[in-house]
Structure formats: structure tokens, C-alpha cells
Design a protein around this ligand. Structure first.
Ligand SMILES: Cc1cc2nc3c(=O)[nH]c(=O)nc-3n(C[C@H](O)[C@H](O)[C@H](O)COP(=O)(O)OP(=O)(O)OC[C@H]3O[C@@H](n4cnc5c(N)ncnc54)[C@H](O)[C@@H]3O)c2cc1C
Length: 421
């Protein structure tokens, strides 16, 4: 049975909604009150994305402890998140879960996972905590319409037809269009959603035979069709796949360029620096040294440096028509210059979007300027709060998207509890 009146309705049983509901209930109890918090989840399974996240392990957050550095991982949000992260960021997230018996462990690349290596432990922790604090959870029940009442509060209509009143309403519906519709109905605008964090397809995939090769670091520079000035650069590990290019660096590149890529029809040119950032002069000196020190060795059998993938080196020789059986001593000036150019700046035409990485998020959502980021309360409608992916905030891959959910959910919960009954 649904109550007819609650103090807080949270629409959306995802990580942002759960964090907000738990925090609001906990702070209310600590202040001597009795929370009446209801979470509505449209599907039968709350926290579904948490369960499937991180390949079933849930990358809860990222070991970036400085809030000022953390904002650099959010293509949408960025500096506006300085305030929220100065109050609740990675340090607080780790402590929050640890206090509830969930230890997180750091991987070499900075990603933090539950020690159990199971996303179900994160789901269990959140559900157990919500139940302990008396948060009511209704699954398979969606919020369909919300009307702000003249004297404050909201009248809500649910998918089942049920009506109820809430003093405060939190929209934490992720990127689902129903949440956007509800927010628009309450005076908000939606920055149109576009995909983020995807891989890139290459036209006629010139590197297809190298599928599986990883180069770290590789430097990427993306120039989009129709605009030479819209360039994006990233550097880090790059994975060649049978459809194009993938790996954390490509995901970061597509996250920062998400809107421009969409506008350019996902077409452009990618310049790849395979040289590990070596300058032209450094490469010329290195080649000179190789011609002296490895004079009798064939090019195919002595690649310029050990970290350069042998398969990639052979491919570059082949592409430039340089005979691999040639000895280093016999490498002429012209082929040398062509090889150096290919190592520093090979150009590949991008023909479209490839499959998504492990994380899938959308760029876009409720415009940030319409929300008070200290409380997550709407600037358009008093008593309305927004948290998580419904907002025009998204992070690169690595736990940053959940971090924003924990931060915005916690801030909303604190503010809702502080606002009182
Ligand atoms: C496969 C995958 C793996 C990912 N892995 C990671 C990762 O490891 N680390 C990371 O940081 N991020 C990861 N992400 C991104 C992360 O899952 C999202 O950023 C995050 O779940 C957003 O949380 P949210 O609470 O805002 O929304 P959601 O998790 O989308 O939750 C919103 C909930 O609201 C419900 N809902 C929608 N409309 C209504 C309505 N009208 N009424 C009631 N309920 C409604 C939905 O059913 C949903 O359960 C991953 C995403 C995917 C898809």
C-alpha cells in the first residue's frame, strides 16, 4: 500500500536516488525526526546499472583525492562541480562505504572497486542501508506526472494511477526521457542528450590486421569534418580492434568531443602519434644511432624501441613500401623521413561511432545553471531537487560517473533533511 502523503518522494532507484534517500533519512533521524521517504523505481530491479557496471564489479569511484583535480574528468560539469566536490568527493565516498562495511580497493590505474570484486555488494549495501533507515521502496512503479501545489509540495500521479502528495520531490531518473519530461513540466530545460564514451570506427579500417595490439602511450588528435579548428587531443593507452580504435584514451577523447562529434556526423580525421611523444629531432637522432649500432640488422628484426609493437612496426614498413629485409645501414634518407612521419603522425579517416565501452552514459540533461549546486534544489521550482545523470553532467570512464551520483545524491539528501518537514 502506498501512503497518501510523504515528506520526500525520490523518483528513480539508481545510485543517485538511493544515496539521496539514505542521506535524507539518516540526517532526519539524527535530528530526532521520523523520515517519510519513498523511492519509486519504474523497473522491478532497483540499482540495475550498478549491478551490471564495471563488468559486474562496479567501479565505484576513482582515486583522485583532490576535488580541484577531480573536476577535470567531467567534460560536462567541469569547474561548476568544484563546490559540490569540495563537500563530498572521493575521500568521503570511500569513508561512506567503509562505515557501512564495504571496503574499496584501488587498481593500478586508479579505479576503485569493492574488495569483494562484486557489484552485488554495492547494491546490497545501499539496499540494506535504505531498509535500516525505514526508506520505503516501491518497484515497478513509475512517476508519471508531477504538479507543484500553490501552498508548496507536489501532487504526484503514478503509472498505476495512484495519486499521492509529497512535500519534496527528487528527480533521479538518470537519462530516461520520462525524467526529462517531468523536469520540463516543472519549468526546466533539457540540453539535448547525445552519446558519450564510445569507440571510433575507421574508414576501410587500415589497421584491421593489427586487432589486439595495445600501444601505451599513443597520442591522439581528432579533427572533425567541417571544422579544422575543433581539435581534441588525448594521450594514453590505445587498443586496436577489428572495427577501429578503443581503449581509455579513445573513450576520453569521445567524451570530451561528444557534442562536436555528433554535429560532425561522427566523421573526421584522427592523427595518431605512435612514437610515445618523441619529437622529430629525437627520432632522427634515434634512427641515426640505429643505423650505426644495428647497421647489419634487418629493419623487420630490429624495431626502433622495444615498446613499439612489432606488428605495428611491420605494418608501417609495409604501408610505406619499405622492404623489411633492408639493413638499418642501408636505410635511405627519404624512407627514414617517411617512417618518422608515420610514427609521429599517421592519419586515419574516422567513419563513425563504434560500440560503447564498459560504461555507457549520455552527455546532456537538465541545464546546470537551473540548479543550485550547493543543495541540488531547482532554481525553477522550490521543493524540487535533481541528482545524478538527469543533470547535464558526465564524466570520463573510470568511476567518475558514479562519483557524481554519490556527491549530488548526498548533497540533495542533506539539503532536503535540513529543509525540515
Ligand atoms: C553497462 C554500464 C556500465 C557502467 N559502469 C560504470 C562504472 O563502472 N562506473 C561508473 O562510474 N559509471 C558506470 N556507468 C554509468 C553509471 O551507471 C551511471 O552514470 C549511473 O547509473 C547514473 O545513475 P543515476 O542514479 O543518475 O541513474 P540510473 O542509474 O539510470 O537510475 C535511474 C533509475 O530511475 C528509474 N526511472 C526512470 N524513470 C523513472 C520514473 N519516471 N519513475 C521511477 N523511476 C524511474 C530507472 O529505471 C533507473 O533505475 C555504467 C553504465 C552502464 C550502462
Amino acid at each position: 500500500m502506498l501512503p497518501s502523503h510523504v515528506s520526500l518522494v525520490v523518483a528513480g532507484g539508481g545510485p543517485a536516488g538511493f544515496m539521496a534517500a539514505i542521506t535524507a533519512a539518516e540526517v532526519t533521524i539524527a535530528a530526532g525526526g521520523t523520515p517519510a521517504v519513498l523511492v519509486l523505481e519504474a523497473t522491478p530491479e532497483p540499482l540495475h546499472k550498478v549491478l551490471i557496471s564495471g563488468g559486474g564489479r562496479c567501479n565505484v569511484t576513482h582515486a583522485c583525492w583532490d576535488p580541484l583535480a577531480l573536476v577535470g574528468y567531467y567534460p560536462r560539469g567541469g569547474r561548476a562541480l568544484r563546490g559540490p566536490f569540495s563537500r563530498f568527493a572521493t575521500t568521503e565516498t570511500v569513508a561512506w562505504f567503509e562505515r557501512r562495511g564495504l571496503a574499496l580497493v584501488e587498481e593500478p590505474d586508479g579505479r576503485l572497486f569493492p574488495r569483494s570484486q562484486r557489484s552485488a555488494s554495492v547494491v546490497d549495501t545501499l539496499r540494506r542501508e535504505a531498509a535500516r533507515l525505514g526508506v520505503t521502496l516501491h518497484t515497478s512503479e513509475a512517476l508519471q506526472a508531477a504538479v507543484a501545489l500553490a501552498g508548496g509540495g507536489f501532487e504526484l500521479r503514478l503509472r498505476s494511477g495512484a495519486l499521492l502528495r509529497a512535500d519534496r520531490l527528487l528527480l533521479a531518473t538518470g537519462s530516461h526521457p520520462s525524467g526529462h519530461r517531468l523536469a520540463v513540466g516543472l519549468g526546466h530545460t533539457v540540453v539535448p542528450p547525445v552519446p558519450s564514451l564510445f569507440t571510433l570506427r575507421l574508414a576501410d579500417h587500415p589497421l584491421a590486421a593489427l586487432a589486439g595490439v595495445v600501444m601505451d602511450p599513443a597520442g591522439l588528435e581528432l579533427t572533425l569534418a567541417g571544422s579544422a579548428s575543433r581539435r581534441q587531443r588525448q594521450s594514453g593507452p590505445l587498443l586496436i580492434t577489428h572495427w577501429g580504435l578503443s581503449g581509455p584514451t579513445v573513450l576520453r577523447l569521445t567524451a570530451f568531443a561528444a557534442r562536436d562529434l555528433k554535429q560532425a556526423g561522427y566523421r573526421g580525421e584522427l592523427r595518431v602519434d605512435w612514437s610515445g611523444g618523441r619529437s622529430q629531432l629525437q627520432l632522427q637522432e634515434l634512427f641515426g644511432q640505429l643505423r650505426r649500432d644495428q647497421a647489419r640488422k634487418q629493419l623487420a628484426n630490429a624495431r626502433p624501441w622495444p615498446e613499439l609493437s612489432r606488428r605495428l612496426w611491420l605494418h608501417l614498413l609495409d604501408r610505406l613500401g619499405v622492404d623489411g629485409e633492408l639493413r638499418w645501414a642501408d636505410l635511405g634518407r627519404r624512407p627514414q623521413e617517411a617512417l618518422i612521419e608515420a610514427l609521429r603522425a599517421s592519419r586515419y579517416p574516422v567513419s563513425g561511432r563504434g560500440p560503447f565501452g564498459e560504461e555507457f552514459v549520455t552527455a546532456g540533461g537538465i541545464a546546470l545553471g537551473e540548479v543550485n549546486l550547493a543543495t541540488m534544489e531547482s532554481r525553477r521550482q522550490s521543493g524540487l531537487y535533481l541528482a545524478g545523470e538527469i543533470l547535464d553532467v558526465d564524466g570520463v570512464t573510470g568511476g567518475f560517473n558514479f562519483q557524481h551520483c554519490w556527491s549530488s545524491g548526498w548533497l540533495a539528501g542533506q539539503a532536503i533533511a535540513a529543509a525540515g518537514p
